[in-house]
Design a protein around this ligand. Structure first.
Ligand code: CUA
Length: 393
């Protein structure tokens, strides 16, 4: 029985070890991840050599000096101890092995703790739009904030705010400023770089470079409460042109659902909802702005929604997952599947507490628990969420 149990648990443990799994650090696609991978493998080779040498000696000794039938139990084999030559050699080998590991480790620490000197990573070299003053000469910087249990990302130079999904240009060094809004989290994109803690009251930072275009999975790597395991994020590494297009898309603001301006729409939603067009997305927008609960925490750029506690929803429908990566709605080629997206919005609004236990949208005062949304309301809100996407998508 214990054997069967060990085999089952070993299988379960190792099933998380697919070498090219989506959160496998053993499939590096960025410079920092490569550096860390090489360092890891060097350490594995050295320690494996020690394991073979020590284990082999032990096995050989056990076999060589095993008890035989004709042994006299009162007679011991020849003993030896205190051989200075053997001890000196063993100590020298240990020091040598430590040095072999220490030199690349220290140089990797020094290398990753400074910005690499790469002029082509400057912002102005690949993005020529409207940027804050002097930003052309700066390295692309992203402020990443950890919250229970999701990530917000700000591009201060580009005026973009997004949640749980971010994009970076391929082959360019990107600087991350890592902050926490509540408890300690940790920022980790196994295939690109990691991990660096996000600590309240402390300004950590790191840089990374994605060397291959693709969609990469990130994860909070520091236990931070009930839904820690569900705290994921995504990094999309894009070719320069795609990145410039993404930047343009994310800077857009959604048009009002029916009236001339968002202000007019919100006034109408609150005072004369019967005058609104009877469409799911418009009814959803009226609920979103009219009930007050949503806009306490969520922002939609260019509209009266300016809450800061939840993810910015300006272009939420351009993301390929919601609920901090836990509800995915992309096809195998990472294009959005609209039916699944709608279903995810609906389910998340309807029963977020089942999907992500402890989530603040449900539990915080004024959240879902208190506003009694009907099933139809949840459908309408999902329809409104579906409209929050850039024109060109
Ligand atoms: Cu955030 Cu674990």
């Amino acid at each position: 029985m214990p054997l069967r149990l060990s085999i089952i648990s070993l299988t379960l443990v190792l099933s998380g070890c697919a070498l090219d799994g989506r959160q496998s650090f053993m499939d590096p696609r960025g410079e920092v991840a490569w550096l860390q991978y090489d360092l890891f493998m060097l350490t594995v080779y050295v320690t494996f050599g020690i394991f073979i040498a020590v284990g082999g000696t032990l096995l050989w000794t056990v076999w060589r000096y095993r008890e035989r039938v004709d042994d006299d139990p009162n007679e011991h084999p020849p003993q030896s101890h205190g051989n200075p030559l053997v001890e000196f050699v063993l100590i020298a080998i240990s020091i040598g092995l430590l040095v072999i590991i220490a030199i690349p480790t220290v140089s990797a620490i020094v290398y990753t703790h400074g910005m690499p000197d790469e002029p082509d990573s400057l912002l102005g070299s690949y993005y020529h739009g409207d940027m804050s003053d002097g930003a052309e000469e700066e390295v692309l910087t992203i402020y990443a904030y950890g919250w229970q249990w999701w990530f917000s990302f700000e591009y201060p130079q580009l005026g973009i705010v997004t949640g749980n999904e971010l994009a970076i240009p391929k082959g360019k060094v990107v600087r991350f400023e890592l902050r926490s809004k509540d408890v300690i989290h940790s920022f980790w994109v196994p295939k690109l770089a990691g991990k660096v803690d996000m600590i309240p009251g402390r300004n950590n930072w790191m840089w990374l470079r994605g060397d291959e275009a693709g969609y990469f999975f990130g994860q909070c790597a520091e236990y931070c409460g009930e839904s820690h395991a569900y705290m994921q994020f995504r990094v999309e590494v894009m070719e320069d042109d795609d990145f410039a297009e993404w930047v343009e898309q994310q800077r857009q603001t959604p048009p009002p659902p029916q009236e001339e301006s968002w202000q007019d729409f919100v006034v109408l939603a609150a005072r004369a909802p019967e005058k609104l067009v009877d469409e799911p997305a418009v009814r959803g927008a009226a609920l979103f702005y009219g009930r007050g609960a949503c806009i306490q925490c969520h922002a939609i750029k260019g509209t009266p929604a300016a809450g800061l506690l939840g993810p910015d929803l300006t272009t939420v429908a351009s993301r390929k997952s919601i609920a901090a990566g836990w509800m995915e709605h992309h096809n195998d080629d990472f294009t959005i599947n609209p039916e699944r997206q709608y279903e995810n919005f609906y389910r998340w609004i309807r029963e977020s507490e089942k999907i992500k236990p402890g989530n603040l949208m449900y539990h915080v005062s004024g959240g879902m628990r208190d506003i009694n949304l009907s099933d139809q309301d949840c459908h309408d809100l999902a329809a409104f969420m579906m409209t929050l996407r850039p024109d060109s998508l």
